[in-house]
Design a protein around this ligand. Structure first.
Ligand SMILES: Cc1cc2nc3c(=O)[nH]c(=O)nc-3n(C[C@H](O)[C@H](O)[C@H](O)COP(=O)(O)OP(=O)(O)OC[C@H]3O[C@@H](n4cnc5c(N)ncnc54)[C@H](O)[C@@H]3O)c2cc1C
Ligand code: SF4
Length: 429
């Protein structure tokens, strides 16, 4: 059987590996290790915060190896998951179908979303367990005319204790993440090598013949007939550039800014994160206890249970770049204006809760949905293969998304990855 290498095991990688294993001998190369949720009692980082020992978000890896943080030159914090399941293991489990831009260029994902409907448990039943603060916020969003709606979550509600730790890895296994597709691929015979960081695709006479990777201290070459890069919106562009492909600066990241205030016994930190959402043009607002800001941002006072926080997430302009292994991403004037207007709205909502404006504080500007560095175009819609790549080199992750979604992309990336696997199998006969 012919060999297909899949690089990365996150939203796109695991979905493509599972589907490809039906026609290929699949080898998944994953830079991180087997995912483990944050294991420490939260009292430990809490104590470190009180002692002033947490000051750089990049140090989170010492406590939680599966979470990787980089900073852009402009200081924005970029969060991603490195390990089996990729960033899906540290996601809040939101599941939205967001394929309008893909449909506009001619990519029809109806069949793939229908498959995902059968494979991934999604529900809004968590609303029956919202705590008092969340319920009160929901009413205020309604009164403000924001038309909030509960967010569908990928999780098994029976085992979810609404503990609020989704972004630290689910301790009970209630949250669905891409490791379930990865396991299905392995059950069908796929192989997985963890701790294997792919550096570049090796090309010969215009074809991809394999990948070069670092496995521990060793450099290895893995030959393949088909290669699918799914190392995420930052990882994949790095590999493409190392392999000699030039990419335009089109990165989007969906920036996130929280506006928070003191609220006695809010206990938002122990309720389901992002329970509901309100949309305003390119922005969404959602209640969200921001652990990273809480631990690392000194504006956030100690006492997690007494903080109330609202998240603003923006579909930003495609203005960033992955260059020389680092990320450049400045907000445009329009992005900054949009964020500013959303901050005013958050101030109004928190004000209606009874929090004084002078008591409010901001979270750290961060982002966790990078993508768009080699987007699909209408010319690629039939093959799902970016034409500037060799015919046996494919992508299957957020790199292909035409525009920033400003909303949770996992479900859409998985649907696209499934369709790409089908296109590869069809092209291979
Ligand atoms: C805190 C947080 C919460 C989020 N919550 C949600 C949510 O609720 N719903 C939602 O839809 N989205 C959410 N997202 C975003 C979502 O998780 C990502 O957009 C999505 O997982 C991206 O999928 P991907 O396949 O592009 O990359 P990833 O899922 O990031 O997978 C990339 C994989 O490639 C591996 N890799 C990277 N470089 C290499 C290399 N050189 N060699 C080998 N392997 C490599 C990585 O280890 C990783 O396994 C969240 C993101 C964050 C940060
Ligand atoms: S709230 Fe807790 S138990 Fe429920 S899915 Fe998130 S991490 Fe798992």
């Amino acid at each position: 059987m012919r060999t297909a290498i899949v690089v990365g095991s996150g939203a796109g990688g695991a979905a493509v590996a599972k589907e490809l294993q039906e026609g290929f001998d699949v080898l998944v190369l994953e830079a991180g290790r087997e995912f483990r949720p944050f294991a420490l009692n939260l009292a430990v980082p809490e104590r470190l915060k009180r002692l002033g020992l947490l000051f750089d978000e990049r140090h989170i890896r010492r406590l939680f190896p599966a979470m990787r943080i980089d900073k852009t030159r402009e200081g924005m914090v970029l969060v991603r998951g490195i390990g089996t399941g990729g960033t899906t293991t540290i996601a809040t489990g939101n599941a939205l179908r967001l394929d309008r831009d893909l449909r506009a260029i001619g990519v029809d994902l109806d069949a793939e979303f229908a498959e995902l409907d059968r494979e991934v448990p999604v529900s809004t039943a968590h609303q029956n367990r919202w705590n008092e603060t969340t319920r009160r916020l929901f009413s205020i969003f309604e009164e403000t005319g924001l038309e909030p709606r509960p967010l569908p979550k990928m999780r098994r509600r029976e085992s979810c204790g609404s503990c609020g730790r989704c972004v630290l890895g689910c301790p009970s296994g209630a949250k669905w993440d891409s490791r379930e597709f990865l396991r299905a691929a392995l059950d069908r015979g796929a192989r997985l090598i963890t701790g294997c960081r792919v550096g570049e695709v090796v090309l010969e006479k215009g074809r991809a013949v394999g990948v070069g990777a670092r496995l521990g201290a060793a450099r290895k070459f893995f030959p393949a007939d088909i290669i699918v890069l799914a190392a995420g919106g930052i990882g994949t562009p790095v590999i493409l550039q190392n392999s000699g492909f030039r990419l335009e600066p089109r990165l989007f990241v969906d920036p996130v800014l929280c506006v928070a205030g003191p609220w006695k016994r809010a206990f938002q930190n122990v309720d389901i994160p992002m329970p509901f959402v309100a949309e305003r043009g390119p922005l969404i607002l959602s209640p969200y206890f921001d652990y990273l800001s809480y631990f690392f941002n000194r504006d956030w006072p100690a006492g997690a249970g007494n903080i109330l926080s609202l998240m603003i997430k923006l579909a930003d302009a495609r203005s960033g770049a992955v260059a020389g292994g680092g990320v450049e991403k400045d907000l445009t004037l329009e992005d900054t204006e949009a964020l500013r207007s959303a901050v005013d709205l958050c101030v109004e909502i928190l004000g209606r809760m009874g929090i004084g404006k002078s008591d409010m504080f901001f979270g750290t500007l961060n982002a966790g949905h990078p993508g768009g560095m080699l987007p699909l175009t209408s010319a690629d819609a039939g093959t799902l293969h970016p034409r500037r790549l060799p015919e046996n080199l494919f992508l299957a992750d957020a790199t292909l998304l035409p525009e920033a979604l400003g909303k949770p992309p996992i479900l859409t990336i998985m649907a696209l990855a499934k369709k790409i696997a089908k296109a590869i199998r069809a092209a291979d006969g």
